[in-house]
Write a protein that binds this ligand. Sequence first.
Ligand SMILES: Nc1ncnc2c1ncn2[C@@H]1O[C@H](COP(=O)(O)OP(=O)(O)OP(=O)(O)O)[C@@H](O)[C@H]1O
Ligand SMILES: [Mg+2]
Length: 351
Amino acid sequence: MTKPKLLNVGIDLGTSRSVIACDNGMRMFLPSYVGFPKDRVSQKMLGKEVVFGEETLKHRMSLEFYRPIEAGVLKHSDDPDKDPEGYRKTVEVARTLLAHLVEQATAEEEGDVVIRGVIGAPALASRKNKKALLDISKGIFETVMIASEPFCVAYGLGHLSNALVIDIGAGTVDLCRMHGTVPDEADQITTFKAGDTIDQVFYELITKKYPEAGLTVNMVKRFKEENATVSDHGDAIFINLPVNGKPEMLNVTEELREACREIVPHIVAGIKKLVATYDPEFQNELKNKVILAGGGSQIIGLAKEIEDFMNAALGSGRVTRIEEPLYAGANGALMLAKDMPEEYWYELSEA
Ligand SMILES: Nc1ncnc2c1ncn2[C@@H]1O[C@H](COP(=O)(O)OP(=O)(O)OP(=O)(O)O)[C@@H](O)[C@H]1O
Ligand SMILES: [Mg+2]
């Protein structure tokens, strides 16, 4: 009998996007949306029982629509007892999403495979949040490890010491200070003002300025992803929206900038705290290696804005953004999966 092949996978289950990187070279992502046809008619139209990612948005009207991850963690997992049915459903939906990702990444594999996965979680995820991730992994992974998301990013990039990684996601911004060992609680800060907050504020500001315009948060999110900036320079920004049914170009330059700036003070407060409580001998090095990751790192002018603040408040600062914000978390998780010894792994069959 041949031994089953061992496959490592790194998973970044994000509020907005879920990403997988596998050591067979496959990697892919999809928006973290799952939909189930509402009735027989929608099922016939769609020709399947479950729909994932972008496709759910196209068929939103005919689907029971789920976004199982909220503020970086499984919905209801802060307190599963408060809404047991809601929690049960979330676990089922999230497991379906995870299974789909893993299936896609391993579809070409032949013969027996044993899969072990490292899943990223927000820096300050609670024990219950992590337990929920173990729950969804059962039946999919043989063994699993939960690691802090910004730590995965730092590990993947090889920034193991005197570096400050800031992962700007949809639900959370996670800051993590690296000092040559596995970071602990004191090294990490999570704030909940992230991409989703920008979308909400942007939506409200547009609605206030143009009360007659027709728009949804999803529409402004897409627009933001193409135009996001905190810079005072640059061209005026116009969005094409229906006003009383007729498309019009509306100037939203100020509104978009203001919405994007909404997250900056919270990031800055986090940097200040992590620098001030760091070993004074290495504070300068830390300040000179601030790394922006996550989808929000692509906001134009953000690195410069944070640098300006650091120069004013902390004397110096150098902020860069990573090249591959989409895959950095999953790649780092995959590298951890390959490198970590036995004792770090959780046997799902024991649970
Ligand atoms: N070019 C861009 N400019 C600004 N924001 C962007 C851009 N591209 C993506 N985003 C935003 O980044 C966020 C998604 O980033 P990412 O995939 O890192 O988050 P996530 O991992 O799903 O969320 P979390 O880590 O909070 O669970 C969304 O809010 C998205 O709108
Ligand atoms: Mg993320």
